[in-house]
Design a binder for this molecule. Structure first.
Ligand SMILES: *[C@@H]1O[C@H](CO)[C@@H](O)[C@H](O)[C@H]1NC(C)=O
Ligand SMILES: *[C@@H]1O[C@H](CO)[C@@H](O)[C@H](O)[C@H]1NC(C)=O
Ligand SMILES: *[C@@H]1O[C@H](CO)[C@@H](O)[C@H](O)[C@H]1NC(C)=O
Ligand SMILES: *[C@@H]1O[C@H](CO)[C@@H](O)[C@H](O)[C@H]1NC(C)=O
Length: 303
């Protein structure tokens, strides 16, 4: 090998590295999750066989095919909600009355509360949501038709595969919800517990069916030890209450709703906000156990 060849070789090498770097990050979002197909298929079998067999038999390979048809091999900025329509049809199942939970900025808490459909069924606990929750995906015009390096965020292009998916999934979920609806919001979120625009404000609430939904309970959960930025009747929650009232939905709002507060306290049992006598503290226990005891003790004295 003469020096010329070595020079040529290193130039080619530099070019190749630069090309690779240029291809690495086209968009700001994470690229497609590795092994997407195996994860989605596995989750479909897991959901229908063990998590929630009450949905009945579903053809998971057919469901995967409907899913990939929406975006694989396509420009990741040209995907619309309706491209997932067959997927939505194939994954559809009943959402039991009074099991729906809607939320913003509260994902982990909502899922601990719902406990994989055993207590409630937020969108992430339906078959459609379960299969793709926490995953990233987008297509590419070149083989293999999936883009693993980066995917567009909604700020970069609205018609991206994930935004389109969650829009049609949210609309469908809202339309099928019935009975008492719960909305869990995060009272410690800077900028307000009820964000607008948001999936809740734009795709879910407008699709609540007045004839199927009996009433709505709003839960405003502050972080343990976190700021109390929003509360029932105030700021963005007042906006939400006005929207629900204008659509004639009966609703109630609960600050730091006790059953959910207890879940939060599992992780901070020693925090003052989790101790007796606090809002979670069993004030009613005083009335139901201590007062009758006092009565028993005082009874002979009084007589
Ligand atoms: C499931 O769907 C696949 C792909 O569409 C099809 O080839 C297969 O026959 C279907 N299986 C059943 C049991 O219907
Ligand atoms: C999905 O189901 C709806 C209602 O049954 C039907 O009108 C529509 O054609 C179906 N879409 C696809 C793509 O299968
Ligand atoms: C609630 O919002 C705060 C502030 O943004 C955040 O730190 C916290 O993780 C959120 N809580 C949940 C359960 O997501
Ligand atoms: C909603 O209605 C149900 C049934 O009538 C009732 O048990 C529940 O307490 C109501 N919830 C709210 C938040 O009003």
């Amino acid at each position: 090998m003469n020096p010329f060849h070595i020079l040529l070789g290193s130039l080619l090498c530099i070019c190749a590295v630069q090309l690779e770097e240029a291809a690495v990050r086209e968009w700001n979002g994470k690229g497609t999750t590795p092994n997407l197909q195996s994860i989605v298929l596995g989750r479909c079998y897991d959901y229908t066989e063990t998590v929630n067999p009450s949905v009945g038999k579903k053809n998971c390979s057919e469901i995967w095919e409907a899913f990939e048809k929406a975006f694989v091999g396509k420009d990741p900025c040209l995907v619309l909600p309706e491209h997932y329509e067959l997927f939505i049809n194939l994954t559809l199942h009943d959402i039991p009355a009074s099991k729906s939970v809607f939320w913003e900025n509260n994902k982990q808490l909502v899922h601990r509360y719902s406990d994989k459909t055993s207590r409630y069924m937020p969108l992430g606990d339906t078959l459609a949501g379960w299969m793709v929750d926490n995953l990233d995906w987008c297509g590419s015009l070149s083989t293999p038709g999936l883009e693993y390096s980066s995917c567009p965020t909604t700020a970069e292009c609205e018609n991206n595969p994930q935004e389109a998916f969650w829009r049609i999934a949210s609309v469908t979920y809202a339309k099928h919800s019935s009975g008492e609806i719960q909305i869990m919001l995060n009272g410690s979120t800077l900028g307000g517990a009820f964000p607008v625009p948001s999936f809740l404000a734009d795709f879910e609430i407008p699709n609540f069916q007045r004839d199927r939904v009996s009433n709505i309970s709003i839960m405003v959960m502050d972080e343990i030890g976190g700021p109390d930025i929003d509360s029932c009747g105030k700021n963005s929650i007042a906006v939400l209450e006005t929207i629900l009232a204008s659509r004639n939905f009966p609703f109630k709002c609960f600050d730091n709703y006790r059953p959910v507060r207890l879940l939060q306290c599992v992780d901070s049992p020693n925090h003052p906000e989790c101790s007796l006598g606090n809002s979670i503290g069993p004030a009613h226990l005083w009335i139901s156990t201590v007062l009758p005891l006092l009565a028993v003790v005082l009874n002979p004295i009084v007589h």
